[in-house]
Design a protein around this ligand. Structure first.
Ligand code: ADP
Ligand code: MG
Length: 312
């Protein structure tokens, strides 16, 4: 059966540096193109934590040095990361498609994701970004730039930004039109550029939207059949990393709620994936979510591995 699939790529699909990424995306492209070759419509989303952190750090370091380059606001750093990650992905996927004699266009859509200006996350910034600073430097940044700075696990002070929930995707019609024309689209990179809507204006805000939640929202909006979250583990586990660790093949919404309650999924890593998978599975009958590893994507789709999340 031909499915519309939103695939969310995790950090392991992109690596730690631009040059590593350029190599790694060649491997990432293979399971993606397997899905396309099987006739599925594929929309790709991806994370950008290390990449946007690197851009932000480089830009703020250069701005504070003798080079005296201009300040680069955080939403612009996010847009830059979408640009170069998208470039690498579309480049690698295009080549892999052509190697299999598939003439299918691939493009990245720089994507703004609308967030609620009253999202409680804005009152409680939790996501550390960029460099580590001394107490004195941190105090200076709080005073001069109004940043929120926290002490990060004994390693120094870091800027934290809010992580609001995605409400809507500004470029959704464009993504839909391209999907209908059978193009492979890369969208909501890094969870999307977070924007607040004021009348006709969309205003970028310094925040990071979780890429798993943004992918789930995009899948809902596109009326996808499947949300596939590709990460570093083949399945979701209970008692993860412990002696009685147990890998799960299927999770109902009730199971998810129970295991969340019992604290089996680490906040900031597996918890957002399970929540994003649940939200999509629950949004309409017939929708399914799958969490598995990049390497096992094809087997996962074939129902041979991974953790499937379905509504009760
Ligand atoms: P990504 O970059 O793909 O978002 P994350 O590192 O944020 O990856 O999240 C995936 C990681 O979550 C896994 O590699 C694993 O180490 C961790 N993890 C935490 N809790 C669990 C769990 N219950 N089952 C499986 N993996 C878990
Ligand atoms: Mg993650």
């Amino acid at each position: 059966m031909k499915d519309k699939i939103v695939v969310a790529l995790g950090g392991n699909a992109l690596g730690k540096s631009p040059l590593e990424q350029l190599e790694l995306v060649k491997l990432t492209a293979k399971p993606i193109v397997d899905l396309i070759a099987d006739g599925h419509e594929v929309v790709l989303a991806h994370g950008n934590g290390p990449q946007v952190g690197m851009i932000n750090l480089a830009m703020s370091t250069a701005a504070g040095s003798e080079a005296g380059t201009p300040e680069m606001p955080f939403p612009e750093c996010g847009a830059m990361s979408q640009g170069y990650i998208g470039y690498h992905l579309q480049n690698a996927i295009r080549e892999e498609l052509l190697n299999r004699d598939l003439q299918i266009p691939v493009a990245t859509v720089i994507t703004q994701v609308i967030v609620d200006k009253d999202d409680p996350a804005f009152k409680n910034p939790t996501k550390p970004i960029g460099a580590f600073y001394s107490k004195e430097e941190a105090d200076e940044l709080i005073k001069t730039k109004g940043f929120v700075m926290i002490e990060d696990a004994g390693r120094g002070y870091r800027r934290v930004v809010p992580s609001p929930l995605p409400v809507d995707v500004a470029e959704k019609e464009t993504v839909m039109a391209l999907v209908e024309k059978n193009h492979v689209v890369i969208s909501v990179g890094g969870g999307g550029i977070p924007v607040i809507q004021e009348g006709n204006k969309l205003i970028g805000v310094p925040a990071v939207i979780d890429k798993d939640f943004a992918s789930s929202k995009l899948a809902e909006i596109l009326d996808a059949d499947y949300l596939i979250i590709l990460t570093a583990v083949e399945k979701v586990a209970v008692n993860f990393g412990k002696e009685d660790e147990k890998w799960l093949s299927e999770l109902s919404i009730a199971d998810c709620n129970k295991y969340i309650e019992e604290g089996h999924f680490a906040p900031g890593s597996m918890l957002p994936k399970v929540k994003a998978a649940m939200a999509f599975a629950e949004s309409k009958p017939g929708r399914k979510s799958l969490i598995t590893s990049l390497e096992k994507a094809a087997e996962g789709i074939a129902g041979k591995t991974g953790t499937v999340i379905v509504a009760n």
